[in-house]
Design a protein around this ligand. Structure first.
Ligand SMILES: Cc1cc2nc3c(=O)[nH]c(=O)nc-3n(C[C@H](O)[C@H](O)[C@H](O)COP(=O)(O)O)c2cc1C
Length: 345
């Protein structure tokens, strides 16, 4: 059924389809009868809660950052059964992101390429929306909310820590965990922040603030799948020096290796981060490497090419405690959480 709807949706612009379909879902969610029906239809099988980072996740399937950048769709995502949703990437000041078109489908590869460039409404607008969710519709919700934070495009890398800290302070009372995103390929120079000195600065600033709060929030780091093993080793070493509560492995890739889509089409699309099936093996391999090198002591979330229960199990076999989906949601449809959870039931 979704395959049929998908072929229709795929004939329109990807970014527009994303906005329309979520707007429709949100409209349905506001009607009590529709909401009840969606909840029933999408409900994943009952499974034991997962304790991770001191939080209780109702299931291991989360929605990766970038899908609900501005925390606009939480009510609908809750009905679809997500164990957690990572909002953002949020920056201190609102920004438009890169010129459109900036999101492309590669159906032959079950993949996407995006160069969104951290389009978001800024930390204050997002905080306000989260507050409304926490005080209203989200009051009884068991869905965990992560805050993925970044820097504004015009902020120099040496001042980046100030942007991360500003977002951290603003969102601290409103999210359950944080993710420092230094791995998006679409903000010029951002990935240079994955070096040990920059990460030390950022995490030091965040954990200093965290330490003084009544309730500390776990702070994770999201890395790129394009790092070489020496860079990964540096990050693992850093985790015993500064408090990094876990890693998300991994973001989108700048690689275009092994794609089935015609070379001409790939060249025409141009720059951006590749996601979906073509990055699954690489990010899972990186996950396994980190899990072994860190001797199982680093909490890990697997992201990259999760479409099925088998993909999720593979990430978990390599050390992930939870998985996240993004491109899989587009290709597999709104029952993806239910489908993956069934494989664990
Ligand atoms: C359109 C799009 C926008 C994204 N935006 C963000 C973002 O703002 N911050 C971030 O950390 N990751 C972002 N990502 C990366 C995803 O969170 C995820 O890590 C990546 O797509 C790999 O997972 P997937 O293969 O399931 O899509 C984005 C991905 C896509 C496709």
């Amino acid at each position: 059924m979704y395959k049929l709807i998908r072929s229709l949706l795929f004939s329109f612009d990807p970014e527009k389809v994303h906005e329309w379909s979520m707007a429709v879902l949100m409209r349905l969610t506001r009607n009590r009868i529709c909401a009840g029906w969606i909840r029933q239809w999408a409900r994943p099988p009952q499974m034991p809660e997962k304790e991770f980072l001191g939080l209780r996740f109702r299931n291991p399937v989360g929605l990766a950052a970038g899908f609900d950048k501005n925390a606009k769709y939480l009510a609908a995502l809750d009905l679809l059964g997500f164990g957690h949703v990572e909002i953002g990437t949020v920056t201190p000041i609102a920004q438009d992101g890169n010129p459109k078109p900036r999101l492309f489908r590669l159906p032959a590869d079950n993949a996407l390429i995006n160069r969104m460039g951290f389009n978001n409404e800024g930390m204050d607008a997002v905080a306000k929306r989260l507050q409304t969710w926490r005080n209203g519709a989200g009051k009884g919700s068991r869905m965990i909310i992560g805050g993925n934070i970044g820097k504004n495009k015009q902020t120099a890398n040496e001042d980046a820590w100030k942007d991360y800290l500003a977002c951290f302070k603003t969102l601290h009372p409103l999210v359950d965990y944080f993710v420092v995103n230094v791995s998006s390929p679409n903000t010029p120079g951002l990935r240079a922040l994955q070096d040990a000195d920059s990460l030390r600065n950022i995490f030091h600033a965040l954990q200093e603030h965290n330490r003084l709060q009544e309730k500390q929030k776990p702070v994770l780091l999201k890395i790129a799948p394009d790092l070489v093993f020496e860079q990964v080793d540096d990050i693992i070493a850093l985790t015993s020096e500064v408090k990094i509560d876990g890693l998300i492995v991994a973001n989108t890739s700048i690689s275009r290796d092994g794609l089935r889509t015609a070379e001409g089409r790939v060249a025409e699309i141009g720059a951006g981060g590749l996601s979906g099936k073509p990055i699954r093996a690489k990010s899972t391999e990186m996950l396994g490497y980190i899990h072994q090198r860190a001797k199982n002591r680093l909490p890990l979330i697997g992201s990259g090419g999760v479409f099925s229960g088998a993909d999720a199990k593979e990430k978990m076999a390599e050390g992930a405690s939870l998985v996240q989906v993004w491109t899989g949601f587009v290709y597999e449809g709104p029952l993806i959480v239910k489908k993956i959870c069934k494989a664990f039931a």
